[in-house]
Design a protein around this ligand. Structure first.
Ligand code: NDP
Length: 322
């Protein structure tokens, strides 16, 4: 017996339907994973609404999970039945059990629980490449993080602090401001403030070398206005909608750089995936970055999680339990 959430047509959270589905058999190179926990990510909303297109419909959405290997397909040599595994970036996670390519899985180290693993693979590996590779955060840097109390945001804040940077977080409520101060943010700005003016004040006019922006449409121009000449705008998400801007604005605001990175590219090679996950497990294992699972729901009630995420009511990570 296997159940999964399936989307038959794009739309609101009510389109997430809990159904009985066939139990899959692993093909060559795959393993069957029995989920103990499934992560909620903003990308799940994009696949539900149709902003991002699934290869076929109906689709079981979800990109991240953690569980036990229950069966192994031909040609899989480094995983066995009973191994504790986790993954990010393989569509089809909102299921009690699913088959996944073995080369997309990593073993969960001792001391990391399934819920924690499911909460951090996608958001944590994203934070890893953002602070280490898209831009290597240095001790002397002052950086700005939008949606700083969110899943990726709260990990980014802690990791950048761990690397010695001065961190300015932007959030929508005073409760979230208090939360990110608790995570180590040096400054907690509210979305209602004049963000570039506050950044000018904080940096004595120097402005920033880099901005981490996952909000997209609503914050793009504000983010550019926080950068110093030649600064880097990292636009890594679209919680408020996709960015559509004429590139000429980059010249006008100081020969700025923009990148739109994605975890898929940064972990496409197996070696990169393993190194990224290892770095994440180490920083979490050391206690320098804590993964806050602040919301859990039964998987069959995934719609509730989507409603809370889109209403900006969640903080940290959200996990579904099958
Ligand atoms: P979050 O937990 O950060 O939730 C989204 C947050 O965005 C909200 O809590 C809210 O914070 C803020 N927000 C601002 N405007 C809106 C809006 N109009 N609607 C909803 N939320 C809004 O989600 P995740 O951590 O899962 O993801 C964060 C972002 O990172 C997403 O855009 C996601 O697509 C992106 N991402 C990109 C990856 C990549 O590879 N490029 C990988 C993983 C995530 P507040 O109330 O404080 O403003």
């Amino acid at each position: 017996m296997n159940h999964a959430i399936r989307v038959h047509e794009h739309g609101g959270p009510e389109k997430l339907i809990w159904e009985e589905v066939p139990q899959p058999d692993p093909k060559p190179g795959e393993v069957l994973v029995r989920h103990k926990a499934v992560g909620l990510n903003y990308i799940d909303v994009y696949f539900r609404t149709g902003l991002y297109k699934a290869p076929s419909m109906p689709v079981t959405i979800g990109m991240e999970g953690a569980g036990l290997v229950e069966a192994v397909g031909d040609g899989v040599t480094d995983l066995k039945v009973g191994d504790r595994v986790a993954y990010a970036g393989a569509l089809g996670a909102y299921a009690e059990a699913r088959c996944a390519p073995a080369d997309r899985l990593v073993k969960i180290p001792e001391g990391i629980e399934f819920t924690q693993a499911a909460a951090m693979m996608l958001q944590g590996m994203t934070a890893q490449f953002l602070v280490k590779r898209t831009y290597a955060v240095k001790r002397s840097d002052t950086i700005l993080v939008h949606a700083a109390a969110g899943g990726v945001g709260s990990i980014l804040v802690q990791w950048a602090k761990h690397l010695g940077a001065t961190v300015i977080g932007v959030v929508s409520t005073q409760e979230k401001a208090d939360l990110i101060k608790g995570l180590g943010a040096d400054y907690a700005l509210l979305t209602s403030e004049n963000i570039p003016a506050r950044v000018r004040e904080i940096t004595n006019g120097a402005m920033l070398p880099v901005v981490y922006d996952s909000v997209g449409k609503d914050t793009f121009t504000t983010s550019l206005d926080c950068l110093r000449p030649f600064g880097l705008m990292i636009s890594y998400g679209n919680a408020s909608g996709p960015v559509t801007t004429d590139l000429g604005v980059l010249a006008a605001k100081g020969s700025l750089y923009v990148t739109r990175p994605t975890l898929n590219t940064y972990t496409a090679k197996r070696d990169d995936l393993v190194a990224t996950a290892k770095d994440l497990f180490e920083v979490v294992g050391s206690g320098a970055v804590k993964i806050a699972v602040n919301q859990t729901y039964p998987l069959k009630d995934a719609a509730e999680g989507h409603r809370a995420l889109e209403a900006r009511k969640t903080t940290g990570s959200t996990v579904f339990i099958p």
